[in-house]
Design a protein around this ligand. Structure first.
Ligand code: HEM
Length: 168
């Protein structure tokens, strides 16, 4: 496949992951502030549906990223790790991936369980406190994911020998 098409697919992957995080953040604010419990559960369901796009985006980015490596370094396997920006980017990507596939969904599941218990009436005595703590943790999760994503984008764009080459 031509390098330009791979690169385009890579940028589409970036667009999808950016949208998932932005939409997730907006819906999360709505979820946390919603007083009507049924609407809250509905918004939680929407968040889950949008979240299902993130593994798709991760696979697109990984496959097209590997393609980019072969395109950028024709003798790829012997040279790609000599560029610091790319090694740093891959390390941040792994953290981003682990946070997004394990920690985030686990928090979201626990929060939905708490929301359902409250909506059903007769929740455990500490349900409201637990729910508020989970709300804060999910918000923090989105902030961390956004910062990591911007870090990956910055490393990609400003890396050595990239465009103006911020780092050299
Ligand atoms: C959230 C994940 C990722 C994001 C947001 C992202 C974003 C980007 C962006 C915006 C560029 C264009 C930089 C530029 O030239 O201005 C780029 C290039 C590149 N990406 Fe990624 N990327 C991600 C994951 C990956 C992964 C997992 C790999 C490798 C397995 C990878 C390998 C590359 C390579 C080699 C280039 C340079 C292509 C070239 O200059 O010819 N990326 N990435």
């Amino acid at each position: 496949m031509s390098g330009s098409i791979l690169f385009l697919i890579h940028l589409i992957g970036f667009g999808i992951v950016f949208t998932v995080i932005l939409a997730g953040w907006i819906l999360n604010r709505r979820f946390a502030r919603e007083k009507d419990r049924q609407i809250q559960l509905y918004v939680g369901g929407l968040m889950r549906t949008i979240g299902l796009l993130s593994p798709v985006a991760a696979v697109i980015l990984l496959i097209s990223g590997i393609g980019n490596i072969f395109h950028r370094y024709p003798d790829a396997m012997s040279r790609w790790y000599t560029e610091g920006w790319l090694v740093a980017k891959l390390l941040v990507f792994v953290i981003f991936l682990i946070n997004g596939t394990i920690y985030g969904p686990r928090l979201a599941r626990r929060r939905m369980t708490a929301a359902k218990e409250i909506a059903a009436g007769n929740p455990p005595h500490d349900a409201e406190v637990n729910f508020a703590v989970l709300n804060n943790q999910v918000t923090l999760f989105y902030v961390v994911q956004f910062v990591l994503l911007m870090g990956i984008a910055a490393l990609s764009v400003f890396g050595t020998a990239k465009h103006v080459g911020f780092f050299g």
